[in-house]
Design a protein around this ligand. Structure first.
Ligand code: PEP
Ligand code: MG
Length: 574
């Protein structure tokens, strides 16, 4: 029977192949009572199971295959932390003694109670960690039941294989990484789950949050994974298969065709040179930026170095990470955004409580509230500036008072380094992100105090339209073409031009090829995006004539009606 399932599109592209079911979460915990004399032994049995799992995790941690995404080691560390936490290390032992029950039953009860507690956490990122708790608890249960570790995964030879799992743990992903799966799909996993983060870095077509895929799909079923639309088609008929084979073929052709543009200079038909920069999250992503021939790093989201860990990264650790990127880019500019934590990127070691986190203590506000954290980072970035062109970018500025405070802390960090005779580039450029409407409207005053501006359109749209970026219920209202948004972008670009301050766009708009020509017409000359989008944006640039686009973009600024805006955009893109 043919049917389709809808989930969240995690990683682009199309995969067609046979289903391979991955099963490890249907373990039954037996329940029996013990005599008082046997309780010590039962507690020891539980401790032995914990030791086995600790060894398994540290073995995996020490034998990560080459090229494994760096986040994986951090996830395994997190699992190690859970194993050592009293919630798993102590409470089940207490339950064994209190209830005279077997270890499996004690663990099952405690797991259930922990999952309920995590389920009720409001913060999405922390709530997602319930999957990690479940994965660790399953491993301990397996050890108690005497099951061996996970059987190694292996795709069926000579045939594209799609992995179907209820959930995938980071340690599953180590095995997954070694084999060439065509795609994978899971029942669980929100957009910020560990598996989703890893899936993107593996670059395999995938769809998550399908709810019942594992139960409904049978081993060997034919599957289509549409990573563009977030759809999985199970046992499609020949007509649908043909349609998707065609889409897959076209998609691959497009990708190959785009590769030919890699070495073309990025300039328009009328000879205007356009800077194409890459956004990266972690130091190893820099390779992808080089592969796409990015002119530099336009946004290094440094907060990813601070997530998934129990403590703040030290100055030296941060310095090594920044220096690595700066050195690999060999003189091409690297814009390091200072810690943009808070809201959906919460830090375990610096929790922030807020009823409305997008409007709460995040980004520069959090850094100014925690000057020691901020100064440590500033010192690390400045030290890296000695090794190549480094720029500092301050996120989410709303007022000049914040900017002045941040600049004072940068000066203080420089003075410290100088006094300590530590080398840094004293001319390191300082830029500010324009992502709050007030900052866009007051761009002139920010530009006067800064070396460059960068439009964070993801947040600029969120705050201009009052739409929570993370809320599914209002996602359809998220509109980069809203006249209010376009006016703010145009105003900022105009100010930058007048005051001779470079302005780039580093939000998702920069990587959306449908908006490239409009942004060129509005005067944008520097785009920063995920490396995967660089070539499709370049393709648009190569066929553009800025002097022809400018009058059309100016005309669009005078429109308010969404239909007319869409019609003019179509003309701009024609
Ligand atoms: C933005 O808001 O557009 C941006 C680039 O920053 P982030 O997506 O990390 O908030
Ligand atoms: Mg932002």
């Amino acid at each position: 029977m043919s049917f389709s399932l809808h989930g969240i599109a995690i990683s682009d592209g199309y995969a067609i192949g046979r289903a391979q079911l991955y099963s490890h979460d249907r373990l039954e915990a037996p329940h029996y009572l013990l005599r008082a004399a046997d309780l010590d032994e039962e507690v020891q049995r539980y401790e032995a199971a914990l030791t086995t799992v600790r060894q398994e995790c540290s073995h995996l941690r020490d034998h990560l295959p080459e090229g494994t995404p760096p986040e994986l080691a951090a996830f395994l560390d997190l699992h190690g932390l859970f194993l050592d936490d009293s919630m798993l290390a102590e409470v089940p032992k207490r339950l064994i003694r209190e209830q005279s029950c077997n270890a499996e039953w004690a663990l099952a009860q405690q797991t259930e109670s922990l999952l309920a507690q995590f389920e009720s956490i409001e913060d999405e990122y922390l709530r997602e960690r319930r999957h990690d708790v479940k994965q660790v608890a399953d491993r301990v249960l397996k050890a108690l039941l005497g099951h061996p570790g996970h059987a190694p995964l292996k795709p069926v030879e000579d045939e594209p294989t799609i992995l179907v799992a209820h959930d995938l743990s980071p340690s599953d992903m180590v095995l997954f990484k070694r084999h060439a799966y065509a795609g994978f799909i899971t029942d669980l996993g929100g957009a910020t789950s560990h598996s989703a983060i890893l899936a993107r870095s593996l670059n395999i077509s995938s769809v998550m949050a399908l709810h019942n895929a594992r139960a409904l799909i049978q081993e060997g079923d034919t599957l289509i994974v549409d990573g563009v639309a977030g759809v999985v088609v199970v046992n499609p008929d020949e007509a649908i298969l043909d349609e998707y084979r065609l889409r897959q073929h076209q998609w691959r052709l497009e990708q190959q065709k785009l590769r030919r543009l890699k070495s073309s200079p990025s300039s328009t038909l009328d000879g205007v040179s356009i800077e194409l920069l890459a956004n990266i999250d972690l130091p190893p992503d820099v390779q992808e930026a080089l592969d796409e021939n990015a002119a530099g790093i336009g946004l290094f989201r440094s907060e990813f170095l601070f997530l998934n860990r129990a403590d703040q990264p030290s100055e030296d650790e941060q310095f090594e990470a920044y220096r690595h990127v700066v050195k690999v880019m060999k003189g091409r500019p690297v814009v390091i955004r200072t810690l943009d934590a808070g809201a959906d990127k919460s830090l375990a070691w610096l929790p922030v409580k807020s009823d409305n986190p997008a409007l709460g203590l995040r980004a520069i506000r959090l850094c100014l509230a925690e000057p020691q954290v901020f100064t440590t980072q500033l010192r690390a970035i400045l030290r890296a500036s000695h090794y190549g062109t480094t720029k500092i970018l301050l996120p989410m500025l709303a007022s000049l008072t914040e900017l002045d405070q941040a600049l004072a802390l940068i000066d203080a960090a420089k003075a410290e380094l100088k006094a300590e005779k530590i080398k840094f580039d004293p001319t390191t450029a300082i830029g500010g992100m324009i992502e709050i409407p007030a900052a866009a409207l007051a761009a002139e005053w920010f530009a006067r105090k800064l070396d460059f501006l960068s439009l964070g359109t993801n947040d600029l749209i969120q705050y201009t339209l009052a739409i929570d970026r993370t809320d599914d219920a209002v996602a359809h209202l998220y509109d980069p073409l809203n006249p209010g948004v376009i006016q703010l972008i145009a105003h900022t670009l105009k100010v930058g031009k007048r005051l001779h301050r470079p302005v780039s766009v580093c939000g998702e708009m920069a990587g959306d090829a449908r908006l490239t020509r409009l942004l060129l017409g509005l005067g944008l000359r520097s785009f920063s995006m995920h490396p995967a989008h660089i070539l499709s944006v370049k393709q648009q640039i190569l066929r553009s004539q800025t002097d022809a686009l400018e009058p059309m973009a100016t005309k669009l600024l005078r429109l308010g009606d969404p239909e007319k805006i869409q019609a003019l955009l179509a003309k701009i893109n024609a």
